[in-house]
Design a protein. Structure first.
Length: 322
């Protein structure tokens, strides 16, 4: 119905940066902040993801999935909030996608032709849940992480207890075409985006992405950590993942989701897109998921957990308690 160009352009730009990080302890570079808080890596062998565990090792399980080119550090405030709650024990599993934010690309590495990233990552998270013996964990995904969460809940419905999607629709390709656009119809433009992102000089994309991410985070003090993640991400992995987001239409799969689902979102970052139009886009996008709860968070950009942390924690707490 609508071409949400501002939001799409920001996500497009944010995926463009080539890694200069080098692997440490087999997982990539972690920030000093992450080390300061302390965490452990799950005993789970994968060349697509690695998993950090925080909190009460006997607590309820929750999986946090970051977005495109993001690290587990974006969830630090959420982890601190969850693990500080009296009488509620949470074992928090934070996903780090290989190729993003300092982690070596491994199986997510790309050649001349792009290959999927999000779908195989969703399958690895399903395997992680199964092999670690997690019983219907809650899953929270931001942006591309929300797409991965939808894939997981639709394709492995018995594995997910609750799902929260943070600022993502099930078919981002709708932003790149006229009303009724299909996944097949947007393949040519997605291929053009891939070619431009994968082959553009690093400096040009870092400059573009810096501007874009500034628009994705209203809270100035939180921008640098997202920029650091972007600069440490593999350009081709991010480009391939973005192409996959554009060409993946999960709307036909929504009816397979049995887990209670809530979607938090913000007004699209485009002056032509009013809150009412944004609401309509989300209502239409998730019409195939009966019982879904849609909640717009005002006065926030794309990183809701940064811009409106207390509102985000309140919504998360209420959702987990239901």
């Amino acid at each position: 119905m609508f071409r949400v160009l501002g939001f799409a352009a920001m996500l497009f730009a944010a995926s463009a940066a080539q890694t200069q990080a080098r692997a440490q302890d087999g997982h990539g570079v972690h920030s000093e902040q992450g080390h300061a808080h302390g965490h452990q890596h799950a005993n789970f062998a994968s060349d697509r993801i690695h998993v950090r565990i925080d909190g009460d090792m006997d607590g309820r399980d929750i999986i946090l999935i970051p977005g495109l080119s993001s690290s587990p550090e974006i969830w630090q405030g959420t982890v601190d909030h969850l693990t500080a709650q009296d009488g509620v024990g949470w074992r928090v599993h934070r996903i780090h996608v290989q190729g993003f934010a300092g982690a070596p690309a491994e199986a997510n590495a790309q050649g001349a032709t792009p290959t999927p990233v999000a779908a195989p990552v969703a399958e690895e998270i399903a395997r992680y849940i199964r092999e670690q013996g997690l019983i219907k964990p809650a899953v929270v995904g931001h942006s591309m992480g929300g797409t991965i969460g939808l894939m997981l809940a639709a394709r492995h419905p018995d594995s997910v207890g609750k799902l929260m999607v943070v600022d993502m629709i099930p078919f981002m390709g709708a932003m790149f075409g006229p009303p009724g656009t299909t996944a097949e119809a947007v393949v040519p433009v997605a291929d053009q985006i891939w070619a431009a992102q994968a082959n553009s000089p690093r400096e040009a994309y870092v400059a573009q992405a810096t501007t874009a991410i500034t628009g994705m985070i209203n809270t100035e003090s939180r921008r640098e950590e997202a920029l650091e993640d972007m600069r440490g991400s593999d350009q081709k992995v991010s480009a391939a993942a973005f192409r996959e987001l554009v060409t993946t239409d999960l709307r036909p799969e929504l009816a397979k989701i049995t887990a209670p689902t809530e979607v938090l979102y913000v007004k699209f970052n485009d002056p032509r897109m009013t809150p009412q139009i944004t609401d309509a886009v989300y209502q239409m996008s998730f019409a195939g998921l009966p019982g879904v709860t849609l909640k717009r968070i005002d006065d926030s950009a794309h990183f809701i957990m940064f811009d409106q942390a207390q509102a985000f924690y309140g919504e998360l707490d209420a959702f987990l308690a239901r």
